[in-house]
Design a protein around this ligand. Structure first.
Ligand code: HAM
Length: 415
């Protein structure tokens, strides 16, 4: 590991990479605002019970992956492993709790103590949306269509959409029994985690990625077919709306998602350009309990992993807009020239013209090298002789041509 490396599973984002990030963020802001979503910013850490109650104590994220610590008063705090629970904590104090539709989006870092791998980080970034307050298959379908619209705007093509229903808690008893009956005779041949899951949360087995469990998972009964009529109608309606909009999707009966708050529609978007970690986005409808409340807040939303979107964009060769380079490098030969250039730099920057200068006396050659390195468009060369005549030598770095320019109207050279 290099001496200056940050902790495993985290990374630095340098200025030359930032344009790709800004491009994604702008695409998100543009598309989400077309659908009436406004940006929300919530804390990066929350009281731990926000996630324990919100995501479910039995989930992998809560059991194994949270960064939890105590504040000075002994209260347990956790770095957010995802955005939904914190956003719902915030919205639980608003009209969304009384059924008023509330549309928000967010972007920022999330933290999960997972084993780092390509596309799997301990600090990663999500862009996500939540539509809280109302329940309707139309909203679920709109949310999915908006995710695809966002990807289109971000230049990402070729992703695959999988859809399933989790029904509602009252639906699940028969399906759970059927799953338990199916797995019980084979459980000795399945992984250790699945043995615990069989009793504690049999749905999690469907999510297991271990090789030894796959053939039993593939043969599992289709749980959704055992849900009540209302839930099946709800899901069919979501599918019908998407079909009418020509949104391609595949119903995947094994898709349960890793968080316990989901009800009805769940979905995941994968992309073949990613290896093992192939989910670029996931989401669904949820009923989420916030601390101190007995009534769950309703919503539908998704989050996309920004690092993963960027990996896909690179694989698809989508070009980020070039990083802005300085318009002009102000080259000084001598102290008088440097004093002049310092004042000129302040003036040009206030006029919106980007410029760069060195504050140490350096040779012409050395300053030209810097101008080259930072890819300045022009170099304005000033020495005592030029100052006395009120002119400068302006070199166009693209074609190497040089001409005398009047210092009094220098701004006009850069308009
Ligand atoms: P999630 O599926 O856990 O859902 O995460 C959403 C996306 O975040 C994933 O599809 C993936 O692209 C990215 N992601 C997750 N973990 C990592 C990681 N360790 N490294 C890199 N990227 C990662 C949620 O978080 C839900 N809150 C989504 C949601 C919003 N459901 C309803 N509303």
């Amino acid at each position: 590991m290099a001496k200056n490396a940050p902790p495993p599973g985290t990374g630095d984002i340098f200025p030359e990479e930032i344009n790709s990030w800004l491009y994604l963020e702008q695409a998100a802001r543009k598309v989400f605002s077309l659908y009436g979503f406004g940006e929300i910013r919530t804390p990066i850490f929350e009281f731990t019970e926000v996630f324990q109650r919100g995501l479910g104590n039995e989930t992998e994220v809560v059991q194994k992956e949270m960064y939890t610590f105590e504040d000075r008063g002994g209260r347990s705090l956790t770095l957010r492993p995802e955005g939904t629970a914190g956003v719902m904590r915030a919205l639980s104090g608003t009209e969304a709790m009384n059924g008023v539709e509330t549309r928000v989006f967010y972007m920022g870092p999330m933290f999960r103590g997972e084993r780092p791998a390509a596309g799997r980080r301990r600090q990663f970034h999500q862009v996500g949306v939540e539509n809280a307050g109302k329940v309707s298959p139309g909203l679920d379908a709109e949310c999915i269509a908006m995710l695809l619209h966002f990807l289109e705007e971000a230049g990402i093509t070729g992703s695959n959409l999988m859809l399933n229903t989790r029904g509602v808690p009252e639906d699940r008893k028969d399906a759970e029994n059927a799953l338990r009956e199916h797995f019980a005779p084979h459980i000795d041949q399945m992984c250790e985690d699945c043995r615990t899951r069989l009793q504690r949360n049999v749905w999690r087995i469907l999510d297991c990625k271990q090789e030894c469990c796959q053939k039993f998972i593939d043969a599992a009964p289709d749980a959704a077919s055992l849900f009540g009529q209302d839930s099946r109608d709800y899901f069919n309606r979501v599918c019908d709306i998407l079909t009418a909009q020509n949104v391609p999707f595949r119903v995947e009966p094994r898709l349960v998602r890793g968080l316990d708050y989901y009800v009805h529609t769940v979905f995941e978007l994968t992309h073949p350009a990613l290896g093992g970690q192939n989910a670029i986005a996931g989401g669904g409808r949820y009923q989420l309990l916030t601390p101190g409340s007995t009534k769950p807040i309703q919503g539908v939303g998704f989050a996309a992993g920004m690092e993963r979107l960027l990996i896909v964009r690179d694989a698809l060769n989508v070009q980020a807009p070039p990083v802005a380079t300085p318009k002009v490098f102000l080259l000084s030969l001598g102290e008088r020239a440097m004093a002049y250039q310092e004042v000129l730099a302040a003036k040009l920057r206030h006029q919106g013209i980007s410029c760069f200068l060195e504050y140490e006396a350096k040779s012409m050659k050395s300053q030209m090298r810097t101008a080259d390195r930072i890819k300045a468009e022009y170099v304005l060369i000033l020495g005592d002789n030029e100052l006395d005549r009120g002119i400068g030598q302006l070199k166009d770095m693209k074609d190497g041509s040089q001409k005398e320019v009047n210092l009094d109207s220098i701004e006009s050279c850069f308009q």
